[in-house]
Design a protein around this ligand. Structure first.
Ligand SMILES: [Zn+2]
Length: 427
């Protein structure tokens, strides 16, 4: 039994308390205290449902030099995540049921954040032949995606949406037109021209989202059982957001996520030519960033997902043209957005929490998590105390960060998975 005394509660429903939260048998037993072996003073702290990340690259199997299940899921636990969806662009790609099952079993044995593998939509993520979706679902795949690759073949994506829809599993897309993106390493526009760097135009994303929405319409018209559901990953442009807003208003079963970096940084970060800021899709303009913030508020964007994409420091220290795309952010995502959006801009805290909890859960068809008696004790305790980002202390193997040295509040000090502590920095 654990008792968290005098703690403020916050979930998608709002903020309340303080309460004395009694936890036992993996559940919340009472909000009015009780006898417990362990008592934590929650004065000044916030208690929220555990976070779910829809988009993390944990690199196992095959790229353990960048990250592995242990370091990735420990990083997640430290970031307040109780549940993580891992991307299947591993080496080899996760397109076979045996590998999905093995990964899940290994993650369970670690006893950290819970792993929910996404499996490849197509064999080898090559965008041609569908992977064995039914078997992959039976092995535990919670999402299908060729993330990292771009589903150039619309017909295959349509078949995938139909099959996955019949299985009740959403399909997530990295929405970029590869022929428009070409070798772009940053946002295409006056700044990329001035720096003399190849640009990746916002139209590459918008054009692909427009196409994928038509593919979804086709799949919906042809579906015989289940509803095809499309999820747009790491949305980065104002135009892409407008297309999604319109599609949602028309009632299409489409959802979207945005990343911590697209919500807090712009292409201006690339002025110093630092590959730390090289991501795909690229950091965009301030107008795009403002549009995304609107999208968080009006519900066009359902979830904040990290796109935690660790690489070795040697890889990220190559020049901007050659360095790989990606930013590691599992350990800073929540404090970053709590500080930048809630504290600095007054973004409503219950909505921010929803974007880390019930929002991503809805994308996957999981039930919401509320802080009430009987609820599963998958929880995160957050501290308002400010502390600078120190990548040298990351659990992730990627010990660098665009936000290094920045003072943030809202750090997770305790993460519980069904009542079991997977991260603890209090009492
Ligand atoms: Zn991607």
């Amino acid at each position: 039994m654990m008792l968290i005394k005098n703690v403020l509660l916050v979930d998608a429903q709002g903020q309340r308390g303080p309460a004395d939260v009694l936890i036992g048998e993996g559940r919340i037993l009472s909000l009015e205290g009780g006898e417990a072996r362990e008592v934590i003073d929650g004065t000044g702290l916030l208690l929220a449902p555990g976070f779910l990340d829809l988009h993390a690259h944990l690199r196992e199997p095959g790229q353990e030099v960048k990250e592995d299940l242990f370091t990735g899921l420990l990083a997640a636990a430290r970031g307040g995540y109780t549940d993580v969806v891992s991307m299947p662009n591993t080496a080899p790609p996760l397109d076979q049921p045996e590998t999905v099952r093995a990964l899940r079993e290994k993650a369970e044995g670690l006893g950290l954040a819970r792993l929910h593998p996404a499996a490849a939509l197509t064999l080898g993520q090559e965008g041609k032949a569908l992977a064995p979706l039914g078997l992959l679902k039976a092995a535990g795949a919670i999402l299908f995606t060729d993330d990292g690759r771009t589903n150039e073949d619309a017909g295959t994506l349509a078949l995938g949406l139909l099959q996955a829809g019949a299985l009740g599993v959403p399909v997530a897309v990295h929405a970029e037109d590869a022929s428009l993106r070409r070798g772009g390493v940053m946002n295409d526009g006056p700044l990329s021209d001035a720096l003399g760097l190849p640009g990746n135009p916002p139209e590459a994303e918008a054009a692909r989202i427009a196409r994928d929405l038509e593919v979804l319409r086709y799949a919906l018209r042809r579906a015989q059982g289940g509803t095809p559901r499309l999820h747009v990953q790491h949305l980065s442009t104002e135009r892409g957001l407008a297309l999604l807003r319109e599609a949602k208003r028309a009632g299409l079963p489409v959802t979207a996520e945005a990343t911590p970096h697209h919500l807090t940084l712009t292409e201006e970060a690339l002025r110093g030519l630092d590959p730390l800021f090289k991501v795909a899709p690229p950091l965009r303009t301030e107008a795009d960033r403002e549009a995304l913030l609107e999208g968080l508020l009006d519900g066009t964007i359902d979830a904040i997902a990290t796109d935690h994409a660790p690489h070795t420091l040697a890889e990220k220290e190559m020049d901007l043209l050659r360095a790989p795309f990606g930013i590691p952010s599992l350990e800073v995502a929540f404090p970053l957005l709590y500080t930048e959006l809630h504290l600095k801009r007054g973004f409503p805290l219950p909505r921010l929490i929803e974007l880390f909890t019930d929002g991503p859960r809805r994308v996957l068809g999981l039930p919401p998590l509320h802080l009430g008696v009987g609820a599963e004790a998958s929880l995160v305790l957050l501290s308002p105390k400010a502390r600078p980002v120190d990548p040298s202390r990351f659990a992730s193997k990627a010990r660098y960060s665009p936000w290094a040295g920045q003072s943030l509040s809202g750090w997770p000090v305790l993460t519980l998975v069904a009542g079991r502590a997977v991260h603890r920095a209090v009492g």
